[in-house]
Design a protein. Structure first.
Length: 238
C-alpha cells in the first residue's frame, strides 16, 4: 500500500470514531499518557474532523517594530505578510485529507482569519489546529463553517508578531508531539493525535470500544423506549 492509499485507509478507519473512542484505542496500546492535547484546545464550532497531519512552524518576530505610520505602514505590512509571514509557504502543498497543524509559539496573533483559511479548505484540508491564538475574524469563520481548534482567539494581525520558519517538521501543540503523517481526530471533546506507527492497531481497539458502547447504549435506548439513532448502531468493519 503506497503512502497516499494508506492515508485514505487511515482516514476511513478513524472517521466513525469519536475522540473518546480513539483515546480508548491509545490506552489499549499502552499510550495512556500520550496523544490527548491539553483540554484548553477547543473547537470554534461543533465539528468532527479526521485527517493526516500537515505541519508548519512560526516563531515570534524579534523586532523592532518599524517607525512607520499610515500609508507607509500599509506598504510595509503588505510586504511583511507576503515575504515574512504568509501562509503561502505551506498552502501550496495541501492535499485532500490534510489536517493543518500549526505551531505559532503561543503568540497572541491571528495567523488565520476569514480570508486565508478558505483556500486550504478548497484544496481539501479537513480542519485546523493552532497553539496559542492563531485565529481571528471568528464571526465570519463561524459563518463559513471552517473547523478550527485553538487555545484562544486573537485580535491582532501577524505583522511584527510572527514570522514563518519551516514546514513539514515535527511540532508540539498542547503537550503532544505531532509528526507529519500522524492521524489527527478532533471533536467537541478536544483533539487527539495518533502516531502513524501504531495507527492501525489503535483503530482496531477504538472500533472495539466504539461498537461495545453502541451496543450497550442500544439496550438502554430500548429500556427507555427511545427510538434508535445512528449513535447506537454498530459500524460494520471496513
Amino acid at each position: 500500500m503506497n503512502y497516499h492509499d494508506e492515508n485514505l485507509k487511515l482516514i476511513a478507519l478513524f472517521k466513525p470514531c469519536r475522540v473518546t473512542d480513539v483515546r480508548d484505542g491509545m490506552d489499549w496500546m499502552g499510550y495512556h499518557s500520550f496523544g490527548s492535547l491539553s483540554p484548553e484546545y477547543r473547537p470554534l464550532i461543533p465539528a468532527h474532523c479526521v485527517g493526516i497531519a500537515r505541519t508548519a512552524r512560526y516563531i515570534p518576530y524579534e523586532g523592532p517594530s518599524p517607525l512607520l505610520r499610515g500609508d507607509e505602514y500599509t506598504q510595509w505590512a503588505s510586504d511583511y505578510y507576503r515575504d515574512v509571514c504568509s501562509v503561502r509557504h505551506w498552502v501550496q502543498d495541501v492535499k485532500p485529507g490534510d489536517f493543518i497543524c500549526i505551531d505559532v509559539s503561543d503568540v497572541n496573533a491571528g495567523l488565520l482569519g476569514s480570508n486565508n483559511s478558505i483556500p486550504p479548505m478548497k484544496k481539501g484540508a479537513v480542519g485546523y489546529l493552532l497553539n496559542g491564538g492563531g485565529i481571528r475574524d471568528t464571526d465570519e469563520v463561524i459563518l463559513q463553517k471552517i473547523p478550527i481548534w485553538s487555545k484562544f482567539i486573537s485580535q491582532g494581525m501577524d505583522q511584527a508578531r510572527l514570522r514563518y520558519l519551516e514546514k513539514d517538521v515535527p511540532i508540539a501543540i498542547g503537550g503532544v508531539a505531532i509528526y507529519p503523517g500522524d492521524v489527527v481526530i478532533a471533536d467537541n471533546d478536544g483533539v487527539i493525535v495518533v502516531p502513524r506507527k501504531i495507527a492501525f492497531d489503535v483503530a482496531k481497539y477504538a472500533w472495539q470500544e466504539m461498537n461495545n458502547d453502541k451496543l450497550g447504549r442500544q439496550e438502554l435506548y430500548k429500556m427507555m423506549g427511545w427510538e434508535l439513532d445512528d449513535t447506537v448502531i454498530p459500524v460494520e468493519p471496513i
